[in-house]
Ligand binder design. Structure first.
Ligand SMILES: Nc1nc2c(ncn2[C@@H]2O[C@H](COP(=O)(O)OP(=O)(O)OP(=O)(O)O)[C@@H](O)[C@H]2O)c(=O)[nH]1
Ligand SMILES: [Mg+2]
Length: 339
């Protein structure tokens, strides 16, 4: 595929076109993704999530600038599925435009919300794959940590950064949203605010209570596919394997204070993943989850293609009128459509 060859050769135009195909869910995207797949797996995928307004966009911009100073190339994917917060996203994007525009070592893509959040999650993961194949050293994925779908998007990253800021309420928002447990690195941004020290202390207390990111993938699923994702003996973690201690980094994203340390923490986490075997474990569970969801989709589509609409409507009526138990209705449909 010419487009893919151009992308792999470094053409930004070809990259932009492939990303548009992916976003539009075009049939040609599947072909391009298949051709790109063998070239993926090299970039460091970093998810940046947190409550609205904590400074994620500003911080991502600073991290990108620091990586560029170090001579590394950066892809940025900004996911904005929740329009009420788009004011902040637009502001962040404007800052990015100013500082990073014209640098060929940076590529920025904003993902607009279209259709379902599930569709957005898949499109995002494919956009990240294309940036990975295009050879960017680091891909930063910004999502507003407001719900499960955003958490799912963050899960595609190898290193998850959860951004907190002081003064947005006394309690820790990430904790409320349930995203603290997916953090590999915690950031207290807006360190210029005198309350930042308190926020950092509260987060540290919470980390001391819990286990940080341990086991976040395995807790998801207990099906056959997840069993297949469990480490084989060769990759099993030896008892002596070090555990990752989630660091808390304080930053001022307006000035860039603390950003070199944050980048160092991202690098340490990647080194930990590679050295401990955790990278391979996460890869396996991600692969199993993706296969699981694709299988569900295909099997459901195949089944529904066979099912008579009237029969389906009749079974729904039977459930509503309490004549048939939902489980029984599902069993009947599968049985009746079996080849
Ligand atoms: N004082 C202070 N303000 C900051 C800092 N970082 C970001 N801000 C400000 O906080 C506001 C929100 O910043 P964004 O970067 O747009 O935050 P965001 O988390 O991306 O916001 P959403 O995408 O809407 O969730 C802006 O007014 C920023 O200028 C910081 O370190 N200190
Ligand atoms: Mg933002």
């Amino acid at each position: 595929m010419m487009l893919v060859d151009d992308l792999l050769a470094g053409s930004r135009r070809a990259l932009a076109r492939v990303l548009t195909l992916i976003e539009n869910d075009a049939a040609a995207a599947a072909e391009a993704l298949a051709a790109l797949f063998p070239h993926t797996g090299r970039a460091h995928l970093v998810g940046v999530t947190g409550a609205p307004g904590t400074g994620k966009s500003t911080l991502v911009n600073q991290v990108a600038l620091e990586l560029r100073r170090q001579g590394r190339t950066v892809g940025i994917v900004a996911v904005d599925p929740t329009s009420p917060f788009s004011g902040g996203a637009i502001l962040g994007d404007r800052i990015r435009m100013r500082d990073l525009a014209g640098d060929p070592g940076v590529f920025i893509r904003s993902m607009a919300s279209r259709g379902s959040l599930g569709g957005l999650a898949r499109a995002t993961s494919n956009v990240v794959r294309a940036l990975d194949a295009a050879g960017f050293d680091v891909v930063l994925i910004e999502t507003v940590g407001a719900g499960q779908s955003e958490v799912d998007i963050a899960r595609h990253a190898q290193t998850v950064v959860v951004v907190e800021a002081p003064g947005l309420g006394d309690d820790i928002q990430a904790f409320k949203a349930g995203i603290l447990e997916i953090a590999d690195v915690l950031v207290v941004n807006k360190a210029d605010d005198p309350r930042a020290k308190n926020t950092a202390r509260a987060l540290q207390a919470m980390l001391d209570l819990g286990n940080g990111s341990a086991g976040r993938h395995m807790a998801l699923h207990h099906g056959v596919l997840m069993a297949a994702a469990l480490p084989t003996q060769a990759t099993a973690e030896p008892d002596s394997a070090p555990r990752w201690a989630v660091p808390i980094q304080e930053t001022n994203a307006l000035r860039g204070d603390g950003v070199p340390d944050l980048v160092a923490a991202l690098d340490s986490h990647r080194a930990y993943l590679a050295g401990s075997g955790e990278m391979a474990r996460r890869e396996r569970s991600r692969a199993a989850l993706e296969l699981d969801s694709l299988l569900r989709e295909r099997l459901l589509a195949r089944l529904l293609a066979d099912v008579d609409r009237q029969r389906l409507a009749a079974l729904v009526d039977d459930i509503v009128s309490r004549r048939t138990v939902p489980h029984e209705a599902a069993r009947l449909l599968v049985e009746e459509s079996a080849p």
